[in-house]
Write a protein that binds this ligand. Structure first.
Ligand SMILES: *Cc1c(COP(=O)(O)O)cnc(C)c1O
Length: 368
Protein backbone atom coordinates (compact mmCIF):
# COMPACT_ATOMS: atom_id res chain seq x y z
CA UNK A 1 0.00 0.00 0.00
CA UNK A 2 1.29 3.47 -0.86
CA UNK A 3 1.14 5.16 2.55
CA UNK A 4 -0.71 8.47 2.94
CA UNK A 5 2.41 9.79 4.67
CA UNK A 6 5.82 8.48 5.45
CA UNK A 7 8.61 10.07 7.52
CA UNK A 8 11.85 10.47 5.56
CA UNK A 9 14.76 9.80 7.88
CA UNK A 10 18.26 9.79 6.43
CA UNK A 11 21.70 9.06 7.75
CA UNK A 12 22.04 12.69 8.90
CA UNK A 13 19.20 12.27 11.42
CA UNK A 14 20.57 8.92 12.60
CA UNK A 15 24.09 10.27 13.12
CA UNK A 16 22.79 13.36 14.90
CA UNK A 17 20.80 11.19 17.33
CA UNK A 18 23.81 8.98 18.06
CA UNK A 19 25.94 12.05 18.77
CA UNK A 20 23.37 13.24 21.31
CA UNK A 21 23.08 9.79 22.91
CA UNK A 22 26.86 9.64 23.28
CA UNK A 23 27.07 13.18 24.69
CA UNK A 24 25.53 12.34 28.05
CA UNK A 25 22.94 15.13 27.74
CA UNK A 26 19.76 13.67 26.32
CA UNK A 27 17.00 15.86 27.83
CA UNK A 28 16.65 19.55 26.86
CA UNK A 29 20.10 21.04 26.38
CA UNK A 30 22.03 22.90 23.73
CA UNK A 31 20.46 21.04 20.77
CA UNK A 32 17.01 22.28 21.82
CA UNK A 33 18.36 25.85 21.95
CA UNK A 34 19.90 25.42 18.52
CA UNK A 35 16.68 23.95 17.07
CA UNK A 36 14.66 26.85 18.48
CA UNK A 37 17.06 29.41 17.01
CA UNK A 38 17.06 27.78 13.57
CA UNK A 39 13.28 27.36 13.52
CA UNK A 40 12.78 31.00 14.56
CA UNK A 41 15.10 32.10 11.76
CA UNK A 42 13.31 29.89 9.23
CA UNK A 43 9.87 31.19 10.24
CA UNK A 44 11.02 34.80 10.50
CA UNK A 45 9.97 35.24 14.15
CA UNK A 46 11.80 36.54 17.19
CA UNK A 47 11.11 33.52 19.42
CA UNK A 48 10.51 29.81 18.97
CA UNK A 49 9.87 27.54 21.96
CA UNK A 50 10.28 23.79 21.43
CA UNK A 51 7.73 21.58 23.21
CA UNK A 52 6.65 17.94 23.41
CA UNK A 53 3.94 17.97 20.72
CA UNK A 54 1.62 20.14 18.66
CA UNK A 55 -1.24 19.91 21.13
CA UNK A 56 0.66 21.27 24.13
CA UNK A 57 2.10 23.82 21.73
CA UNK A 58 -1.43 25.12 21.06
CA UNK A 59 -2.20 25.06 24.79
CA UNK A 60 0.96 27.11 25.45
CA UNK A 61 0.18 29.59 22.64
CA UNK A 62 -3.26 30.21 24.18
CA UNK A 63 -1.98 30.41 27.77
CA UNK A 64 0.83 32.86 26.99
CA UNK A 65 -1.80 35.12 25.43
CA UNK A 66 -3.87 35.00 28.59
CA UNK A 67 -6.74 32.91 27.20
CA UNK A 68 -8.56 30.91 29.86
CA UNK A 69 -11.76 30.33 31.78
CA UNK A 70 -14.65 32.58 30.78
CA UNK A 71 -13.14 33.34 27.37
CA UNK A 72 -14.28 32.10 24.00
CA UNK A 73 -12.08 31.34 21.01
CA UNK A 74 -13.40 31.31 17.43
CA UNK A 75 -12.02 28.48 15.39
CA UNK A 76 -12.77 26.18 12.48
CA UNK A 77 -14.85 23.03 12.84
CA UNK A 78 -12.97 21.39 9.95
CA UNK A 79 -9.68 20.42 11.61
CA UNK A 80 -8.00 17.82 13.78
CA UNK A 81 -9.50 17.49 17.25
CA UNK A 82 -6.39 18.97 18.95
CA UNK A 83 -7.36 22.45 17.74
CA UNK A 84 -10.61 22.38 19.70
CA UNK A 85 -9.23 20.37 22.61
CA UNK A 86 -6.42 22.84 23.28
CA UNK A 87 -9.03 25.57 23.74
CA UNK A 88 -10.89 23.34 26.20
CA UNK A 89 -7.60 22.61 28.03
CA UNK A 90 -7.32 26.31 28.94
CA UNK A 91 -10.87 26.36 30.33
CA UNK A 92 -12.06 28.53 27.44
CA UNK A 93 -14.82 27.53 25.05
CA UNK A 94 -14.42 27.01 21.31
CA UNK A 95 -16.90 28.79 19.03
CA UNK A 96 -17.09 27.39 15.51
CA UNK A 97 -17.39 29.47 12.36
CA UNK A 98 -17.95 27.75 9.02
CA UNK A 99 -15.31 27.26 6.31
CA UNK A 100 -14.85 28.37 2.69
CA UNK A 101 -15.97 25.93 0.00
CA UNK A 102 -12.80 26.40 -2.05
CA UNK A 103 -9.87 26.06 0.33
CA UNK A 104 -11.20 24.25 3.46
CA UNK A 105 -10.10 27.17 5.69
CA UNK A 106 -12.19 29.22 8.11
CA UNK A 107 -14.28 31.90 6.42
CA UNK A 108 -13.62 35.51 7.50
CA UNK A 109 -17.27 36.34 6.76
CA UNK A 110 -18.42 33.54 9.07
CA UNK A 111 -16.03 34.80 11.75
CA UNK A 112 -17.50 38.30 11.57
CA UNK A 113 -21.02 36.91 11.82
CA UNK A 114 -20.04 35.29 15.14
CA UNK A 115 -18.34 38.45 16.37
CA UNK A 116 -21.45 40.51 15.71
CA UNK A 117 -23.47 38.10 17.85
CA UNK A 118 -20.95 38.31 20.72
CA UNK A 119 -22.68 41.10 22.63
CA UNK A 120 -20.99 40.27 25.97
CA UNK A 121 -17.55 40.35 24.36
CA UNK A 122 -16.55 36.88 25.53
CA UNK A 123 -14.63 36.09 22.36
CA UNK A 124 -10.97 36.94 22.98
CA UNK A 125 -9.15 35.15 20.19
CA UNK A 126 -9.33 33.66 16.74
CA UNK A 127 -7.49 30.38 16.27
CA UNK A 128 -6.99 29.82 12.56
CA UNK A 129 -5.82 26.52 11.09
CA UNK A 130 -3.82 26.63 7.87
CA UNK A 131 -5.40 23.40 6.75
CA UNK A 132 -3.63 20.91 4.48
CA UNK A 133 -0.70 23.34 4.05
CA UNK A 134 -2.41 26.49 2.75
CA UNK A 135 -2.57 29.63 4.89
CA UNK A 136 -5.89 31.31 5.73
CA UNK A 137 -6.96 34.68 4.37
CA UNK A 138 -4.82 36.50 6.95
CA UNK A 139 -5.35 40.11 5.80
CA UNK A 140 -9.08 39.80 6.37
CA UNK A 141 -8.66 37.84 9.61
CA UNK A 142 -6.09 40.25 11.08
CA UNK A 143 -8.32 43.19 10.11
CA UNK A 144 -11.20 41.59 12.05
CA UNK A 145 -8.90 40.96 15.02
CA UNK A 146 -7.91 44.62 15.02
CA UNK A 147 -11.49 45.84 14.70
CA UNK A 148 -12.73 43.65 17.58
CA UNK A 149 -9.56 43.68 19.72
CA UNK A 150 -8.72 39.98 19.45
CA UNK A 151 -5.62 37.81 19.66
CA UNK A 152 -4.80 35.73 16.56
CA UNK A 153 -3.29 32.27 17.06
CA UNK A 154 -2.23 30.15 14.11
CA UNK A 155 -2.47 26.40 14.26
CA UNK A 156 0.30 25.82 11.72
CA UNK A 157 0.66 22.09 12.49
CA UNK A 158 0.21 21.40 8.76
CA UNK A 159 1.99 24.48 7.42
CA UNK A 160 5.78 24.38 8.05
CA UNK A 161 7.14 26.68 5.35
CA UNK A 162 3.75 27.71 3.92
CA UNK A 163 3.58 31.38 2.97
CA UNK A 164 0.94 34.09 2.84
CA UNK A 165 2.22 37.00 0.75
CA UNK A 166 5.84 37.43 1.87
CA UNK A 167 5.49 35.93 5.35
CA UNK A 168 5.61 32.38 6.61
CA UNK A 169 2.95 30.58 8.62
CA UNK A 170 3.72 31.03 12.29
CA UNK A 171 4.54 34.71 11.69
CA UNK A 172 1.07 35.85 10.61
CA UNK A 173 -0.60 36.50 13.97
CA UNK A 174 0.23 36.91 17.68
CA UNK A 175 1.40 33.32 18.07
CA UNK A 176 1.99 30.26 15.94
CA UNK A 177 1.96 26.59 16.78
CA UNK A 178 3.59 23.71 14.92
CA UNK A 179 3.55 19.94 15.28
CA UNK A 180 6.53 17.73 14.54
CA UNK A 181 4.52 14.51 14.59
CA UNK A 182 5.65 11.67 12.33
CA UNK A 183 3.15 12.48 9.55
CA UNK A 184 3.86 16.23 9.27
CA UNK A 185 5.96 17.97 6.61
CA UNK A 186 8.92 17.75 8.98
CA UNK A 187 9.15 15.53 12.01
CA UNK A 188 10.92 14.76 15.26
CA UNK A 189 8.66 11.69 15.84
CA UNK A 190 6.64 13.65 18.40
CA UNK A 191 7.29 17.34 18.98
CA UNK A 192 5.99 20.85 18.67
CA UNK A 193 7.06 24.48 18.41
CA UNK A 194 5.47 27.72 19.57
CA UNK A 195 6.38 30.92 17.73
CA UNK A 196 5.91 34.56 18.65
CA UNK A 197 7.41 38.01 18.25
CA UNK A 198 6.47 39.00 21.81
CA UNK A 199 9.19 38.94 24.49
CA UNK A 200 6.58 38.76 27.25
CA UNK A 201 4.72 35.82 25.66
CA UNK A 202 8.03 34.01 25.16
CA UNK A 203 8.89 34.46 28.84
CA UNK A 204 5.48 33.14 29.97
CA UNK A 205 5.69 30.20 27.55
CA UNK A 206 9.13 29.13 28.80
CA UNK A 207 7.87 29.11 32.36
CA UNK A 208 4.54 27.42 31.46
CA UNK A 209 6.25 24.47 29.76
CA UNK A 210 8.47 23.98 32.79
CA UNK A 211 6.02 23.76 35.73
CA UNK A 212 5.51 27.53 35.88
CA UNK A 213 8.98 28.19 37.24
CA UNK A 214 10.78 31.51 36.70
CA UNK A 215 13.97 30.04 38.11
CA UNK A 216 14.49 26.50 39.23
CA UNK A 217 12.22 25.47 42.16
CA UNK A 218 10.48 28.88 42.30
CA UNK A 219 7.03 28.63 40.76
CA UNK A 220 5.03 31.71 39.92
CA UNK A 221 2.18 30.29 37.80
CA UNK A 222 0.52 27.04 36.79
CA UNK A 223 2.66 25.01 34.46
CA UNK A 224 3.19 21.63 32.91
CA UNK A 225 6.09 19.50 31.78
CA UNK A 226 5.82 20.23 28.05
CA UNK A 227 9.57 20.11 27.40
CA UNK A 228 11.22 18.26 24.56
CA UNK A 229 14.64 16.60 24.31
CA UNK A 230 17.99 17.04 22.59
CA UNK A 231 17.32 13.74 20.82
CA UNK A 232 14.24 15.16 19.12
CA UNK A 233 15.90 18.53 18.52
CA UNK A 234 18.82 16.81 16.79
CA UNK A 235 16.37 15.12 14.40
CA UNK A 236 14.50 18.40 13.94
CA UNK A 237 17.65 20.33 12.99
CA UNK A 238 18.37 17.86 10.18
CA UNK A 239 14.73 17.78 9.04
CA UNK A 240 14.60 21.57 8.95
CA UNK A 241 17.56 21.63 6.54
CA UNK A 242 15.55 19.36 4.21
CA UNK A 243 12.15 21.02 4.65
CA UNK A 244 12.31 23.32 1.60
CA UNK A 245 13.23 20.44 -0.66
CA UNK A 246 10.51 18.23 0.89
CA UNK A 247 7.95 20.99 0.26
CA UNK A 248 9.16 21.59 -3.30
CA UNK A 249 8.72 17.89 -4.03
CA UNK A 250 5.20 17.94 -2.53
CA UNK A 251 4.27 20.87 -4.79
CA UNK A 252 5.65 19.04 -7.80
CA UNK A 253 3.72 15.88 -6.86
CA UNK A 254 0.54 17.93 -6.36
CA UNK A 255 0.82 19.31 -9.90
CA UNK A 256 1.26 15.80 -11.28
CA UNK A 257 -1.85 14.62 -9.44
CA UNK A 258 -3.84 17.63 -10.70
CA UNK A 259 -2.88 16.84 -14.28
CA UNK A 260 -3.73 13.17 -13.80
CA UNK A 261 -7.18 13.91 -12.34
CA UNK A 262 -8.23 16.50 -14.96
CA UNK A 263 -9.92 13.69 -16.88
CA UNK A 264 -12.64 13.32 -14.23
CA UNK A 265 -15.24 16.07 -14.06
CA UNK A 266 -16.66 14.62 -10.82
CA UNK A 267 -13.39 15.34 -9.00
CA UNK A 268 -12.46 18.78 -7.72
CA UNK A 269 -8.71 19.09 -7.14
CA UNK A 270 -7.29 21.56 -4.57
CA UNK A 271 -6.42 25.08 -5.68
CA UNK A 272 -3.77 27.55 -4.59
CA UNK A 273 -5.03 31.00 -3.62
CA UNK A 274 -3.20 33.87 -5.24
CA UNK A 275 -1.49 35.17 -2.07
CA UNK A 276 -0.40 31.70 -0.99
CA UNK A 277 2.50 29.31 -1.17
CA UNK A 278 0.77 25.98 -0.55
CA UNK A 279 2.96 23.21 0.87
CA UNK A 280 0.46 20.37 0.36
CA UNK A 281 0.57 18.70 3.73
CA UNK A 282 -2.39 16.86 2.23
CA UNK A 283 -3.62 16.70 -1.35
CA UNK A 284 -7.33 16.71 -0.74
CA UNK A 285 -9.87 16.26 -3.50
CA UNK A 286 -13.65 16.56 -3.38
CA UNK A 287 -15.68 13.77 -4.90
CA UNK A 288 -18.75 15.42 -6.43
CA UNK A 289 -20.72 12.40 -7.66
CA UNK A 290 -21.82 11.09 -4.26
CA UNK A 291 -19.47 8.10 -4.49
CA UNK A 292 -16.76 9.17 -2.08
CA UNK A 293 -16.93 6.07 0.10
CA UNK A 294 -16.90 3.72 -2.92
CA UNK A 295 -13.89 5.55 -4.33
CA UNK A 296 -12.05 5.34 -1.03
CA UNK A 297 -12.58 1.61 -0.81
CA UNK A 298 -11.61 1.08 -4.43
CA UNK A 299 -8.40 3.11 -4.05
CA UNK A 300 -7.46 1.24 -0.89
CA UNK A 301 -8.17 -2.09 -2.62
CA UNK A 302 -5.86 -0.99 -5.47
CA UNK A 303 -3.01 -0.27 -3.04
CA UNK A 304 -3.44 3.49 -2.72
CA UNK A 305 -3.45 4.56 0.93
CA UNK A 306 -6.03 7.31 0.45
CA UNK A 307 -7.62 8.58 3.67
CA UNK A 308 -10.39 10.88 4.87
CA UNK A 309 -9.37 14.04 6.69
CA UNK A 310 -11.79 14.58 8.42
CA UNK A 311 -14.85 12.34 8.50
CA UNK A 312 -16.57 14.45 11.19
CA UNK A 313 -16.40 18.17 11.92
CA UNK A 314 -15.60 19.04 15.53
CA UNK A 315 -19.16 20.10 16.40
CA UNK A 316 -20.31 16.65 15.19
CA UNK A 317 -17.93 14.76 17.48
CA UNK A 318 -19.74 12.86 20.24
CA UNK A 319 -17.69 14.50 23.00
CA UNK A 320 -18.29 18.00 21.65
CA UNK A 321 -22.01 17.43 21.20
CA UNK A 322 -22.12 16.40 24.84
CA UNK A 323 -19.85 19.19 26.13
CA UNK A 324 -20.88 22.27 24.16
CA UNK A 325 -24.16 23.82 25.12
CA UNK A 326 -24.64 25.37 21.73
CA UNK A 327 -26.10 23.41 18.81
CA UNK A 328 -24.38 24.21 15.54
CA UNK A 329 -25.38 24.05 11.92
CA UNK A 330 -22.27 24.51 9.75
CA UNK A 331 -23.39 23.36 6.31
CA UNK A 332 -20.16 23.86 4.35
CA UNK A 333 -18.04 21.99 6.89
CA UNK A 334 -20.61 19.21 7.20
CA UNK A 335 -20.92 18.76 3.44
CA UNK A 336 -17.15 18.89 2.93
CA UNK A 337 -16.70 16.06 5.44
CA UNK A 338 -18.82 13.83 3.16
CA UNK A 339 -16.89 14.68 -0.03
CA UNK A 340 -13.16 14.72 0.79
CA UNK A 341 -10.44 12.19 0.17
CA UNK A 342 -6.74 12.84 0.63
CA UNK A 343 -4.27 11.13 -1.69
CA UNK A 344 -0.59 10.36 -1.07
CA UNK A 345 1.49 13.43 -2.09
CA UNK A 346 4.62 13.08 0.08
CA UNK A 347 8.19 13.49 -1.18
CA UNK A 348 8.83 9.75 -1.29
CA UNK A 349 6.30 9.03 -4.08
CA UNK A 350 7.91 7.23 -7.02
CA UNK A 351 6.97 7.02 -10.71
CA UNK A 352 5.67 3.53 -10.01
CA UNK A 353 3.45 4.97 -7.26
CA UNK A 354 2.01 7.54 -9.68
CA UNK A 355 1.28 4.74 -12.11
CA UNK A 356 -0.50 2.75 -9.38
CA UNK A 357 -2.59 5.81 -8.48
CA UNK A 358 -3.43 6.53 -12.12
CA UNK A 359 -4.49 2.94 -12.78
CA UNK A 360 -6.57 2.89 -9.61
CA UNK A 361 -8.55 5.91 -10.84
CA UNK A 362 -8.95 4.45 -14.35
CA UNK A 363 -10.31 1.26 -12.82
CA UNK A 364 -12.78 3.10 -10.60
CA UNK A 365 -13.86 5.49 -13.38
CA UNK A 366 -15.11 2.52 -15.41
CA UNK A 367 -17.67 1.84 -12.67
CA UNK A 368 -19.16 5.37 -12.45
C1 LIG B 1 -1.20 17.31 14.03
C2 LIG B 1 -2.10 18.44 14.36
C3 LIG B 1 -2.19 18.95 15.67
C4 LIG B 1 -1.62 18.29 16.86
O1 LIG B 1 -0.29 17.99 16.86
P1 LIG B 1 0.28 16.78 17.72
O2 LIG B 1 1.74 16.95 17.58
O3 LIG B 1 -0.24 15.51 17.12
O4 LIG B 1 -0.19 16.96 19.13
C5 LIG B 1 -2.96 20.08 15.86
N1 LIG B 1 -3.63 20.68 14.86
C6 LIG B 1 -3.59 20.21 13.61
C7 LIG B 1 -4.34 20.92 12.55
C8 LIG B 1 -2.84 19.06 13.32
O5 LIG B 1 -2.83 18.59 12.06
Amino acid sequence: MIPISKPIIGKEEKEAVLTVLDSGIIAAGKKVKEFEAEFAKFTGVKHAIAVSNGTCSLHTALFMNNIGKGNRVITTPFTFIATGNSVLHTGAEPVFADINEEDFNISPEAIEKELKKDIFRKIKAIMVVHLFGQACDMDKINALAKKYGLIVIEDAAQAHGAKYKDKKAGNLGDAGSFSMYATKNMTTAEGGMVTTNSDKADEIARSFINHGSEKIYFHTRIGYNYRTTDIEAAIGLEQLKKLDSFNAKRRENAEKLKTMLKAYDWIKTPGENKDNFHIYHQFTIKVKNGKRDELLKSLNDSGVGAKIFYPLSLHQQPFYKETLKRKYSLPVSEKTATEVISLPVGPSLTDADFKTIEEAFIKFAKTV
